[in-house]
Design a protein around this ligand. Structure first.
Ligand SMILES: Cc1cc2nc3c(=O)[nH]c(=O)nc-3n(C[C@H](O)[C@H](O)[C@H](O)COP(=O)(O)OP(=O)(O)OC[C@H]3O[C@@H](n4cnc5c(N)ncnc54)[C@H](O)[C@@H]3O)c2cc1C
Length: 309
C-alpha cells in the first residue's frame, strides 16, 4: 500500500522538482546509478567484471513521447555497445544491455509498436556485432503484451533477445509457461510498478508465492532463466532448483548498489551473477521505484526533503 501511494505521489511535477533540487538526493542517486555518461557506465562495468560479475547496462529514460528522443536513445545504445566491444567487455555476453520499450518509441501513438520494434532491431544489430545480448525490460502492465510481441517478432533474427516477466502480475504464470522454450532468455522479477488490483497481486505474500511458482516453471524448462531478486528466500529456492541444471544455464541478477556482498558471494560460489547497472541523467523514475520498495531508504529521504521546506 505504502509503495503504491509513494509511486502515485512521485508522479507529481512539484514533488519531482523538489526531489531533484534536494542536495541529499545526489548521494542516493550515486548509490543506484553508475553516473551520467557512457564513460561512467563503462568504468563501472569494467570494475564489476574485474570482480567476476556479469553486467546489464540500462540507459535511463522511459515513457518517451518524442520521436527524436527515442532515436537519440537508440544512438546512445549503439555507441555504448561499440565502446564496450572495443574494450573487450562484451565477449561471451559478459556485458549486455537492457532496453525499455517505452524509451525507444512504444508510446509514440498508433505507430509506436512498429517504431519501437525497428529501434530495438537496430540495437540488436549493434549487440550482435559486439557479440552480446539485449534484454527488454518490463514496464507497467499496459505495455506487457507489446513488449512480449516485440521480443517474439525479433527473436527469429536475434535469438538472444531476452524478455522480462513480473511475478506481481496475475498473467505472468501463463507468460512464463509460454516463454520457457529452448534457449529463450527470461528474466523473472517481482515487478516495480503500481498496478491495478484487476491485474496484479496486492500483498507481498501473494507476489512472493507467484514468484516461486514462476521460478519453478522457468527453472524446470529448457530456456535460460535469469532470476532477478535480492530476496534471500527466493535466492535459496533458486539455489536448490539450480542443482538440477548445469550452472551455465541460469543466472542470478541484482541491481547495482543493492546487496553487493551477496552478489560477490554467489559469484565466488561459482554462480553466474549479473548486475543491472543504470546510467544517464534521467534517473528520477528509477530512483523513485528504488525508494518505494525500501521503507528505510524512504524515511531517510523524506527527512532530507523536510529539512528543505
Ligand atoms: C536485475 C534486475 C532487473 C529488474 N528489472 C525489472 C524490470 O524490467 N521491470 C520491473 O518491473 N522490475 C524490475 N526489477 C525490479 C524488481 O521488480 C523489484 O522491484 C526489485 O528487485 C525489488 O524486489 P526484490 O525481488 O529484490 O524483493 P524485495 O522483497 O523488494 O527485497 C528483498 C530484499 O532486498 C533488499 N532490497 C530490495 N530493494 C532494495 C532497495 N531498493 N534498496 C536496498 N535494499 C533493497 C532488501 O534487503 C530487501 O529485504 C528488476 C530487479 C532486478 C534485480
Amino acid at each position: 500500500m505504502l509503495r503504491r501511494a509513494l509511486l502515485g505521489i512521485a508522479a507529481s511535477e512539484r514533488i519531482r522538482e523538489l526531489v531533484i533540487a534536494t542536495p541529499a538526493t545526489r548521494a542516493v542517486v550515486d548509490r543506484y546509478v553508475a553516473g551520467d555518461s557512457i564513460g561512467d557506465a563503462v568504468r563501472v562495468a569494467r570494475s564489476l567484471r574485474t570482480a567476476g560479475l556479469l553486467v546489464s547496462l540500462d540507459y535511463l529514460g522511459e515513457d518517451t513521447t518524442d520521436v527524436a528522443r527515442a532515436a537519440a536513445t537508440v544512438d546512445q545504445y549503439v555507441q555504448l555497445l561499440g565502446k564496450l566491444a572495443a574494450e573487450g567487455l562484451t565477449e561471451g555476453g559478459a556485458v549486455e544491455v537492457s532496453v525499455k520499450p517505452t524509451a525507444v518509441g512504444l508510446l509514440l501513438g498508433p505507430d509506436g509498436e512498429r517504431v519501437a520494434t525497428d529501434h530495438i532491431g537496430q540495437i540488436a544489430v549493434a549487440a550482435r556485432d559486439a557479440g552480446t545480448t539485449v534484454t527488454l525490460d518490463a514496464e507497467d502492465h499496459r505495455t506487457t503484451d507489446a513488449a512480449l510481441r516485440i521480443a517474439s517478432a525479433l527473436r527469429p533474427e536475434f535469438p538472444f533477445i531476452g524478455s522480462v516477466v513480473q511475478a506481481s502480475l496475475r498473467r505472468t504464470e501463463s507468460d512464463a509457461r509460454e516463454l520457457a522454450a529452448p534457449g529463450v532468455r527470461v528474466r523473472l522479477c517481482k515487478g516495480a510498478y503500481a498496478e491495478p488490483v484487476s491485474e496484479a497481486f496486492t500483498t507481498r505474500h501473494d507476489v512472493d508465492k507467484s514468484y516461486a511458482r514462476c521460478l519453478r516453471i522457468l527453472m524446470s524448462g529448457p530456456g535460460y532463466p535469469m532470476i532477478a531478486t535480492h530476496d534471500p528466500r527466493l535466492i535459496a529456492i533458486t539455489q536448490s532448483l539450480a542443482l538440477n541444471r548445469s550452472p551455465d544455464t541460469v543466472e542470478y541478477q541484482m541491481l547495482y548498489g543493492i546487496r553487493p556482498e551477496e552478489q560477490r558471494r554467489l559469484a565466488a560460489a561459482g554462480a553466474r551473477v549479473r548486475v543491472y547497472v543504470p546510467y544517464g541523467s534521467d534517473w528520477y523514475a528509477y530512483l523513485v521505484r528504488r525508494l518505494a520498495e525500501r521503507p528505510a531508504n524512504l524515511t531517510f529521504f523524506l527527512r532530507s526533503l523536510g529539512s528543505m521546506s
